[in-house]
Design a protein around this ligand. Structure first.
Ligand SMILES: Nc1ncnc2c1ncn2[C@@H]1O[C@H](COP(=O)(O)OP(=O)(O)OP(=O)(O)O)[C@@H](O)[C@H]1O
Ligand SMILES: [Mg+2]
Length: 254
């Protein structure tokens, strides 16, 4: 098996004629936090969506090139995108728990649909396990029948992370998970990201270099759909090779 969780080879993504990801070659090592950073509109979310074939659902999106998941091509004809999406979980830029489902059912629904648990006991214990992993159990254990609208932004985001973890994916994609969360809530999520890499590979899109510096092992800096620089977080932050990366880290490119 490959030492990389995700490997892209000459990956290109288009929305209609708009060429959004350009000849991207990335290697994301297993059991690390890999941060993707870059200015708004540079293609971070699009890149993330190419990692679990979510772009298949967008009629105007076109993907060329290769994405390998643990050495296996995910864009081959005999790959089932549903299986890929189970192995590669995604947490979106805005916390999106299902508003009409209880906290419990928000997690249960994916497990039911994918027939991942056999009975109520197993369901209960998997939900408890996922909420504990997401650092939310103590805050919600007495209100599992409550609705997510009564949770804070940070709690909603941790609920969505629990929903992703419950499926036992191999990779978790987090798209700016703290973008709309207060500092205390953000700190909890950053601590959680750090914990998650023990069991999973975490790909984190972030708009703040400081967050990448705090939680990631590797970073990639993207500008207008192109990979400018990638490497160990410490190396990139202390001695970026590219002037563009340096400018971005100094807050001069937004
Ligand atoms: N569904 C879509 N249809 C058409 N164009 C899109 C779609 N999604 C994104 N784009 C375009 O693709 C480019 C990259 O967008 P993307 O959302 O990947 O950037 P981003 O780096 O995640 O930005 P942000 O930091 O603001 O979230 C932008 O020019 C955007 O307008
Ligand atoms: Mg985005």
């Amino acid at each position: 098996m490959s030492e990389f969780a995700i490997e892209t080879d000459n990956l290109n993504v288009y929305y209609g004629k708009n060429h959004v990801i350009k000849n991207m070659n990335l290697k994301i090592p297993k059991n690390t936090v890999f941060a993707i950073m870059g200015p708004s509109g540079c293609g971070k979310s699009t890149l993330l969506r190419s990692f679990n074939r979510l772009l298949d659902l967008n009629k105007i999106a076109r993907v060329q090139g290769s994405v390998k998941l643990f050495g296996e091509e995910i864009y081959s004809n005999n790959t089932d995108p549903i299986v890929i999406r189970k192995d590669v979980g995604m947490v979106f830029q805005y916390p999106n728990p299902f508003p009409h489902l209880t906290i419990y059912d928000n997690i249960a629904i994916g497990l039911k649909m994918n027939k991942l648990v056999k009975n109520k006991n197993e369901m209960d214990s998997r939900i408890e396990w996922a909420l504990k992993k997401a650092g939310l159990w103590d805050e919600v254990k007495d209100r599992l029948k409550d609705y997510p609208s009564n949770l804070s932004g940070g709690q909603k985001q941790r609920l969505v992370i629990a929903r992703a973890i419950a499926m036992k994916p191999k990779v978790i994609l987090l798209d700016e998970p703290t973008a709309n969360i207060d500092p205390v809530g953000s700190k909890k999520i950053e601590d959680l990201i750090f914990e998650l890499k023990k069991d999973y590979t975490v790909v984190l899109v972030t708009h703040t270099p400081a967050q990448a510096a705090r939680v990631s092992d590797y970073v990639a800096f993207i500008y207008m759909g192109e990979l400018v620089e990638t490497g160990k977080t410490g190396d990139i932050f202390t001695s970026p090779k590219s002037k563009m990366t340096e400018k971005y880290l100094m807050g001069e490119l937004i």
